[in-house]
Design a protein around this ligand. Structure first.
Ligand SMILES: Cc1cc2nc3c(=O)[nH]c(=O)nc-3n(C[C@H](O)[C@H](O)[C@H](O)COP(=O)(O)OP(=O)(O)OC[C@H]3O[C@@H](n4cnc5c(N)ncnc54)[C@H](O)[C@@H]3O)c2cc1C
Length: 110
């Protein structure tokens, strides 16, 4: 998170980006992964209004929050889930954090 929202907006308007992903939830992080790995060289940013990635799993913080369905199907195909079928929000956030770290996506997420 090294630039300001104004600077990011300016970059978009100046055509310095190829792709702008809105939202750093499961969908946005997955899109970022695919751009980084399947379209190397693409200039992209993932912008989120929240303080960090996670989307649903960051905003819902009530006790006992967990997935409804199994993570073997909810998780990314490129990073198979290896934990228990039903996961807590914290476990899903950790999983997404690993995806971001392992693929060098952090500099793209604001
Ligand atoms: C308790 C609970 C359990 C669930 N269990 C399952 C399950 O088992 N299986 C399943 O498939 N789904 C489940 N879901 C649904 C789950 O929310 C989605 O599957 C998935 O997490 C949605 O990811 P997403 O990235 O599409 O959206 P979100 O997680 O909603 O992320 C969207 C992000 O975009 C950001 N954003 C939106 N608009 C803007 C904007 N204009 N500017 C900046 N940022 C913006 C938001 O801040 C947010 O961070 C569950 C939901 C809840 C609440």
């Amino acid at each position: 998170m090294s630039t300001t929202a104004t600077e990011d907006s300016a970059a978009v308007e100046a055509g310095a980006l190829d792709v702008l992903i809105v939202g750093a939830g499961v969908s946005g992080v997955g899109a970022a992964y695919h751009l980084a790995t399947q379209r190397p060289g693409t200039r992209f940013l993932v912008l989120d209004a929240l303080e960090s990635f996670g989307g649903t799993w960051l905003t819902h913080r009530y006790p006992g929050i967990r997935s409804d369905s199994d993570l073997y199907t909810f998780g990314y195909r490129f990073k198979p889930w290896v934990g228990p079928p039903i996961a807590t929000a914290a476990e899903i956030l950790a999983y997404m954090g690993a995806v971001i770290e392992e693929n060098g996506l952090a500099p793209h997420i604001r």
